[in-house]
Design a protein around this ligand. Sequence first.
Ligand SMILES: [Zn+2]
Length: 406
Amino acid sequence: MAQQKAALSFDLIAKCSVSRARASTMTLPHGPVELPMFMPVATQASLKGLTPEQLESLGCRLCLNNTYHLGLKPGQATLDAVGGAHRLQSWNHNILTDSGGFQMVSLLKLAKITEEGVRFLSPHDGSPMLLTPEHSMSLQNSIGSDIMMQLDDVIATTSPDKERIVEAMHRSVRWLDRCIEAHKYPEKQNLFCIIQGGLDLELRRECVKEMVKRDTPGIAIGGLSGGEEKAKYCAVVRTCTEMLPDMKPRYVMGVGYPEDLVVSVALGADMFDCVWPTRTARFGNAVTSRGTLNLRHASYAADFSPVDEDCDCPCCRSKENGGLGVTKAYIHHLTGKETAGAHILTMHNVYYLLDLMRNARQAIIADAYPSFVKEFFGKIYKYDTAEYPIWAVDALKTVGIDLTEA
Ligand SMILES: [Zn+2]
């Protein structure tokens, strides 16, 4: 198979001597990004409540846009006229776009998948429409994203229909070939393949072999985070990373819980995205180094400590140190009444996850990832190993990290 062009360079900086964790730098058309990393999701070319400047100030250099939403509004003609999504949202850093397929299947009940593509009814006027691999590439070429995702045939991991899962895996490989064929700018936009195969490890292996042959600049593991058991999720990630080439970035789609990130990094994954940290902020939930706190709870009404004492985000940082000095009590007071509370928490939550991955990277470079992982779980569960989630303990053991040993 012909070698694919790549618009990125990938430098592997360090590997953990115990687990499969890696630290790397990926240089994309809009600058370098450090892996492992969390990518916040800016659905409509905006992160709910945050301006591009705020997102930039948190250290984000790669965010996600949804092709489905941008394709509907402002639409392809406007994207072409303005010169792509970077210009549309005044974001001079990197953008990753999904294919649009997952959004359709999950948002539109009437979506129907055929070999040609995803058929659905326009949410605007109900007219029949079709998203093909070619159309997805054309839209993502108009968006101008630094990383584009192939259109894949997504099916819930929890589906009992084995035959359908096999079909979806093979179709995803065929659709990747059509995407490669249709991609107009491989010299300036990177197309990532997506490994499918449900929870069947043999199918996943078969898919990895086929996808790796196509030599795309990066590789995603898809179809997870759909309510499957965490132990099964970990088995899939571990099975895939075992076979993946060292010198390409590995993106596990739809993952955003801090514990999942820390474990998945140990299993050899580099990139993650999820709407959860921003969505949950709107319900008053703060993601912190001591676990997720629901600041709507009455117990926070007179708690004048920062949202997270160990956080250096603009909200948690004290006034003396140039921050906003926001307290739990203040968020408690605002939440549900004022959108400002949601904005502040969104900022904190995004910063927390970006920073968690920055710290993980530092630990990998210092070859201290196992102790980083122990400290991370220790803080959340007050070092009570009996409270640690069994799936995490078991998954980490498979890569040489024993959470229960001091
Ligand atoms: Zn903070």
